[in-house]
Design a protein around this ligand. Structure first.
Ligand code: NAD
Ligand code: GLY
Length: 360
């Protein structure tokens, strides 16, 4: 097992990464002193891992209530959030009850948002079970639900007290979801870790074959990058925005196509290639760089072209992006492999041209 730390003064917390961590009562024990918990999960993850986690909580003498939600990005809504509040209130949960999110990024984001609001904040633990949630969404405290007009538009910054990334849970993850997670892994190499990008080029097939050692390394290296960025800029006033490479375009794809149609990681993959094209168009990266990045995403089995939607529709959806400032669109662009910037220099004409060039 490896342990990393997200350093945020009194809100610092550990990320444990390893196999069979769901059974490790010793890792949960320091964070469950109050002996009361609610486990928020969904109908897919519950039959796979809920019993194991409940048994571990039982060893600790924790009285735990499961809350099992419907599965899918399209349920990341007010209505589903309210089901969590209904369950908490029905069970007379006090604000010292710990909310444990067991599942992928949808459960983690929604569970975290519920924890941030219930009685103005309750303790929160992330137990991510997808590659994407282990390398990205469980770390850093961004929580949210979707709005019909935009992805993750309603939410809060709320840090967990612990992240328990059990690599063994990835055994049951569908291939498509594994590939989607790789999009966020590649992101770290692209924006700030060129050595990791080289490693990914050499080892992508091992990751796709679910080699445990390779997966554990990719999760650990991704989390180390994310922990550094979050420690430096928790509330995204600067560097943290770089973690949104491909997201302005990707969120437009997710919202425009209907939540769940394109997986988050797939939309980020296509969005990153649009950002690369734009970076090349305005002279920040070379055609060779674009080719290299495209090749890695193709080798990871990810889409490198966006869906057919009028370029103006993309732009309309992108105007809801959280990086818009004074009405001006700011995008994460690449300056080379391993270096990203936030920039507003691309003109609307150039953005539209890149969308048209990169979408079928
Ligand atoms: P997800 O939560 O929808 O999980 C993907 C699918 O895998 C679901 O059907 C889920 O039930 C299933 N699943 C989960 N664990 C499984 C397992 N071990 N075995 C079998 N099936 C399993 O999707 P995701 O890719 O994990 O997360 C995407 C979400 O994360 C999006 O809503 C995105 O906006 C959000 N996100 C948030 C952040 C953040 O910083 N908060 C960062 C990136 C993404
Ligand atoms: N996934 C983007 C962030 O956490 O900032």
């Amino acid at each position: 097992m490896q342990t990393l730390k997200v350093s945020l003064a009194e809100r610092s917390y550990p990320i444990h990464i390893g196999v069979n961590l769901l059974s490790r009562a010793d890792l949960l024990q320091p964070h469950l002193k109050n002996k009361k918990a609610v486990v928020v999960t969904n109908v897919t993850v519950a039959p796979l891992y809920l019993d194991r986690l409940m048994a571990t909580l039982g060893v600790l003498g924790v009285d735990a209530l499961p809350v099992i939600l419907l599965d899918g990005e399209r349920y990341k809504t007010w209505e589903t959030l309210n089901q969590i509040f209904d369950a908490l209130l029905d069970a007379h949960c006090e604000r010292s009850t710990t909310l444990i999110a067991l599942g992928g990024g949808v459960i983690g984001d929604m569970g975290g948002f519920a924890a941030s609001c219930y009685q103005r904040g309750m303790p929160f633990i992330q137990v991510p079970t997808t590659l994407l949630s282990q390398v990205d969404s469980s770390v850093g405290g961004k929580t949210a639900i979707n709005h019909p007009l935009g992805k993750n538009m309603i939410g809060a910054f709320y840090q967990p007290q612990l992240v328990l990334a059990d690599i063994s849970t990835l055994d049951t993850l569908p291939d498509r979801e594994l590939r989607a997670g790789l999009a966020e892994v590649i992101k770290y190499g692209l924006i700030r870790d060129p050595e990791f990008f080289d490693w990914l080029e050499a080892n992508i097939q091992l990751l796709l074959a679910r080699d445990r050692q390779a997966l554990a390394y990719a999760v650990q290296r991704s989390c180390a990058n994310k922990a550094d960025v979050v420690a430096a800029d928790e509330r995204e006033t600067g560097e943290r925005a770089l973690l949104n490479l491909g997201h302005t375009f990707g969120h437009a794809i997710e919202t425009g196509m209907g939540y769940g149609e394109w997986l988050h990681g797939e939309a980020i993959s296509a969005g990153t290639l649009i950002a690369m094209d734009l970076s090349c168009r305005i002279g920040l990266v070379t055609v060779d760089d674009v080719f290299r990045v495209k090749k890695l995403f193709i080798n990871a089995g990810l889409p490198v072209r966006g869906p057919q939607m009028p370029a103006e529709r993309y732009l309309e959806l992108m105007r809801h992006d959280k990086k818009v400032q004074d009405g001006k669109l700011r995008l994460v662009l690449m300056k080379g492999i391993g270096e990203a910037i936030v920039s507003d220099v691309a003109s609307e004409r150039e953005i539209l041209a890149s969308i048209s060039a990169c979408c079928t």
